[in-house]
Write a protein that binds this ligand. Structure first.
Ligand code: NDP
Length: 237
């Protein structure tokens, strides 16, 4: 029996890519999974039909909707905050409203979701946030807002680990390097540059990230909290 068998899991942003791999991993391990989507309705419904997970529309840019979704899905044994995106380009030319939306999805939602989940989470619960190796290292221009957002998750985990540690609730950040998804396809134009930084010169697979998330959700990781877990082929080494 897998460690999460029968446990209640919410994945914010699970319709595609890394989030979908996490949904597949947890449902495969016997968990009761709910996941959210914003724009990819068809993909979300197909994944729900494939896995038996429950699917809900919740835009992570909407703070109150995120809090309500977490509250209404609880009590949760495991919360995974995966929804996130990047905006590329000259910082001097970027639309400040678009940048603020990025901060709402990538920073505000992880904070408010984590706090709301902890209200009803049983002792020993797990909160896992998907950050990025770009929280540690940003080797190219045009992605400062994304780097800021992923660095912010490090402070989130360090701080909330203190708040929730007495209840045995852990909070950790998984920091992927290049992973083959719609957001960063393995055959994309940045492939050669990204691989040049890496010791293992390939994109990672979403299921490899899901494996790390599953370990953090399990009993062997009960003493692991407030920590960053990089899975990047040594992109940031
Ligand atoms: P994808 O673009 O392939 O998928 C993003 C997922 O997040 C989709 O399910 C999408 O749902 C959901 N999402 C995005 N915005 C929202 C929103 N406002 N509300 C709800 N859900 C939302 O990205 P990846 O799978 O590549 O990335 C997943 C996470 O991993 C992100 O946090 C990203 O920053 C991080 N990451 C990815 C890396 C990579 O190389 N791929 C590297 C490092 C970190 P929908 O389409 O339904 O809106």
């Amino acid at each position: 029996m897998a460690a999460v068998d029968g446990k209640s899991v919410l994945v914010l942003g699970g319709s595609r890519g890394i989030g979908a791999a996490i949904v597949r991993r947890f449902t495969g391990d016997g968990a009761r999974v709910t996941f959210t989507y914003a724009g990819s309705r068809d993909a979300a419904l197909a994944l729900a039909a494939e896995t038996g997970a429950t699917v809900e529309h919740t835009d992570s840019a909407d703070r109150d909707a995120v809090i309500a979704r977490v509250r209404d899905s609880g009590p949760l044994d495991v919360l995974v905050v995966n929804a996130g995106f990047a905006i590329f380009g000259d910082a001097l030319e970027q639309d400040p409203d678009a940048i603020d939306r990025l901060f709402r999805v990538n920073i505000h939602a992880p904070y408010h979701a984590s706090v709301e989940a902890a209200r009803k989470m049983p002792d020993g619960g797990r909160i896992i946030v998907i950050g990025s190796v770009n929280g540690d290292r940003m080797p190219v221009p045009g992605m400062a807002s994304y780097a800021l957002s992923k660095s912010a998750l490090q402070g989130l985990a360090r701080g909330l680990a203190r708040d929730f540690g007495p209840r045995g609730i852990t909070i950790n950040v998984v920091q992927p390097g290049p992973i083959d998804t719609d957001a960063n396809p393995a055959d994309g134009p940045m492939k050669e540059l990204m691989h040049s930084f890496m010791a293992i010169k390939r994109h990672g697979r979403a299921d490899e990230v899901a494996g790390m998330v599953a370990w953090l959700a399990g009993p062997e990781a009960g003493f692991v909290t407030g920590a960053m877990h990089t899975i990047d082929g040594a992109f940031g080494a």
